[in-house]
Ligand binder design. Structure first.
Ligand code: BGC
Length: 742
């Protein structure tokens, strides 16, 4: 026994004092974890599983830890903080951990870097509208570079929840309704945050959230019950998680919701059987904020002690803010309700990520005040956010090629969001500051210079009922050639706990639009919002509509560049826009039913009062130029499971501008052992075409693309006939057929 502890002591001596001359064998992370684990007391092990917030939630907005927490760090009773950042602040705390605590285990600092830290990038749903994974990866890379300079080494992002219901406020944080697009965006963000080397000082650990099914909340109401089949769960909701785990995501966050009666924080099937046993994930899982404590109101735990037992045994490694592990794990271990092996496994996973981040080798690598000063909101950051913003805009309507505008046009810029510098930051902006933001009005002014008179009126507020501002707005419209009407939601109408029961423009904004329309001046609607809105009136009456979501600090520059044609819009909707809230959930990859809608038959699946079609379908978005699709060709009529199929199409730029197009490929499995969606996105490519240019775009389909969970819940393909669709959105496609054989 004595000999053993002497060896361990020597190993640790090497680990912590001779870090630059570590013997090769000790460099192996698993061995290093073994040697640390062997020295840890039970209390210190539990400490690694505990995460606390800084003082952020008390309303002080300071980033100090709460009273008493520094002492706990010194005692080895805290493994992680969230909402504490800043090179000096984190250095101070890290110093306590590695100088005062017995085992000198460094802290990991987490933060919600959802679309930027100080430099605010477009909200995630906007970035997904670019359909450009490389761009989204670049955005995440820049966010990591910025925040890692401020002491943070872990972001609670990407949110990869599929969302089919725009009433759910958190639809803004994700990549929309489709699992293939969602998976591509999830992987891009993980690669961007984590880079090629997680131990570099400017890469941070990603956290896939919310595991899982959170976007399926009934009625779109946040935190609400989720209940769908294991098949839908795996094929739709888990797909982006699986792809991002395969891409090396370091951590996951358990979601608040239950699925089929089991809350995620107590879900062994999800956190252990699927995630660890099937997917071989070896990082760690953190709870959502107090989600272990919430097992009590969920009704699966009678008290916090039982909640701790359920959570740790399910595979939930780190407790964010509930205090369940701190207060009860020792007792549960003594009673044998939680085993020492289970505890060790969770500690091991957390230490593994700390080792992979390189924190044991240099705990201060993210705490460099000089680097922080040089990096935060620097020109490179501002340029990067502009590059993403201009590609996140979706042109929804452009009647008679009304846009782009000429710079000498006399413009009335009207609407409650026209001069807003706060709202373009969007929900979950971290340290974004309105004074950095270019508003739409400012963007237009910058573009046009002094020669053109730009009139501005708010007209009304975002949500208020007052119409006293209408008069001045109407007057401004009358004096102008054209009206740019900036409408939508405020930054806090979407995001967490921001479900809406209607999807209309809030307040009196639509009334304002109607009054302006009466002046006869053409309306260009610029929308800022965190979810699809029901904008039927605008769709009928505006000359042009731009969906801009919340574009971050360079919003006004990007929007002005699109309005005046310096940028040709290329975004496509990652989510369906319904016509009426009563149609939701509405998504393109639905099932056919036994009675698909047939206008000639009353007894088919439709709404008696309104029609079945969306306002804008998934994948939709216009360009200033015109793309023509021709010659959809397949390399064969049949292909076997061992072979592949080439699908090609010619796309011609038949308009007046150079432009980018997202070519989308969908498949329908015509007959299966279980029903299949009417269309499923399988692949997409973004291409650039000069005006007049034609390009042949090629896709390869393999058996892998055609697999699904069959009647016996095996993930397989089934031979038979398939339809393939290639086009500019999920509705307007060329189509062909092929057969998959054994
Ligand atoms: C949210 C998470 C977030 C966490 C920490 C929770 O309320 O659901 O998405 O990461 O808070 O801020």
């Amino acid at each position: 026994m004595k000999a053993k502890s002497t060896i361990i002591f020597l190993l640790l001596f090497f680990l912590f004092t001779q870090k630059n001359v570590l013997p090769q064998s000790v460099k192996n992370i698993e061995q290093r974890i073994d040697s640390v684990l062997a020295l840890m007391t039970q209390e210190e092990k539990i400490g690694q599983l505990v995460q606390f917030t800084g003082d952020w939630d008390t309303g002080t907005h300071s980033t100090e830890p709460k009273a008493g927490k520094k002492e706990l760090v010194a005692e080895g009773k805290i493994g992680s903080f969230l909402n504490i950042f800043g090179a000096d602040m984190t250095r101070g705390l890290q110093k306590i951990a590695v100088e005062k605590s017995r085992l000198k285990i460094p802290l990991i600092f987490g933060l919600d870097v959802i679309h930027g830290f100080r430099t605010t990038f477009p909200v995630p749903i906007a970035e997904a509208s670019s359909w450009e994974p490389a761009l989204v990866e670049k955005s995440a890379r820049m966010q990591a570079i910025e925040v890692s300079a401020s002491g943070i080494n872990w972001t609670f992002n990407p949110m990869v929840d599929i969302a089919r219901d725009p009433r759910w406020g958190r639809i803004v944080e994700g990549s929309g309704e489709d699992p293939v697009l969602g998976a591509a965006m999830a992987v891009a963000r993980v690669k961007g945050y984590q880079g090629n080397d997680l131990s570099a000082n400017n890469t941070i650990a990603a956290c896939l959230k919310h595991f899982a099914g959170y976007g399926g909340a009934e009625g779109g109401r946040d935190y609400n019950t989720v209940d769908f089949s294991e098949r839908t769960f795996r094929e739709v909701y888990l797909k982006p998680f699986k792809a991002a785990v395969d891409a090396g995501a370091a951590t996951l966050m358990a979601s608040f919701n239950e699925i089929g009666g089991v809350p995620s924080s107590a879900n062994h099937h999800l956190l252990t059987e699927i995630l660890r046993d099937e997917w071989k994930f070896d990082g760690f899982v953190v709870s959502d904020w107090n989600s272990i404590g919430e097992l009590i109101p969920h009704g699966v735990a009678k008290d916090l002690k039982q909640a701790a037992e359920l959570a740790l045994n399910a595979g939930l490694d780190m407790d964010m803010e509930s205090n369940a592990y701190t207060k009860h794990l020792s007792e549960l271990l003594a009673e044998g309700k939680v085993s020492g092996k289970t505890l060790d496994e969770s500690v091991r996973r957390i230490l593994r990520i700390k080792f992979r981040l390189g924190l044991f080798d240099d705990p201060y690598k993210y705490c460099d005040a000089e680097r922080e000063k040089k990096t935060i909101l620097n020109q490179e950051m501002k340029d990067a956010t502009y590059d993403v913003a201009k590609k996140s805009i979706v042109l929804l309507k452009n009647e008679k090629e009304f846009l782009p505008l000429k710079k000498e046009t006399k413009i009335a810029v009207i609407g409650p969001l026209a001069n807003s510098t706060a709202d373009p930051l969007g929900p979950w902006n971290q340290q974004g500051d309105a004074k950095d933001v270019v508003s739409v009005l400012q963007g237009i002014k910058n573009k046009c210079g002094d020669k053109v008179k730009i009139l501005f009126e708010e007209g009304c507020s975002i949500t208020g009922k007052e119409t006293d501002g209408f008069g001045k707005a109407i007057q401004a419209a009358k004096e102008a050639d054209v009206v740019v009407l900036v409408l939508g939601e405020s930054l806090d109408m979407s995001g967490e706990a921001r479900a809406r029961a209607t999807l209309d423009l809030p307040g009196v904004q639509e009334e304002l639009a109607k009054e302006i329309y009466k002046t006869g001046k053409p309306i260009i609607a610029v929308l800022m919002n965190g979810r699809p809105l029901t904008i039927n009136w605008l769709n009928e009456h505006a000359a042009a509509i731009l969906e801009t979501w919340f574009l971050g600090i360079r919003a006004g520059d990007a929007i002005a560049d699109v309005l005046f044609g310096d940028v040709n819009p290329s975004g496509k909707l990652p989510v369906t826009f319904p016509k009426y809230v009563g149609q939701v959930p509405m998504y393109y990859n639905h099932k056919n039913t036994g009675r698909p809608y047939n206008p000639k038959d009353n007894y088919t699946s439709y709404y008696a009062d309104y029609d079945n079609s969306p306002l804008y379908p998934f994948g939709y978005g216009l360009s200033y130029t015109k793309f023509v699709y021709e010659n959809l060709k397949l390399s064969a009529k049949k292909f076997s499971k061992k072979e592949s199929l080439q699908v090609s199409v010619e796309v011609k730029n038949d308009g007046k501008y150079d432009g980018e197009e997202v070519v989308q490929l969908y498949v329908r499995d015509l007959v299966g052992s279980v029903t299949r969606p009417v269309k499923e996105l399988k692949s997409f490519q973004k291409i650039f075409l000069k005006k007049g240019e034609t390009k042949k775009v090629e896709f390869t389909l393999t058996e892998e693309d055609l697999k699904f969970y069959n009647l016996d819940m095996n993930f397989v393909s089934e031979p038979g006939m398939f339809k393939v669709f290639v086009g500019t959105n999920s509705v307007e496609c060329l189509e062909n057929e092929f057969e998959l054989t054994e």
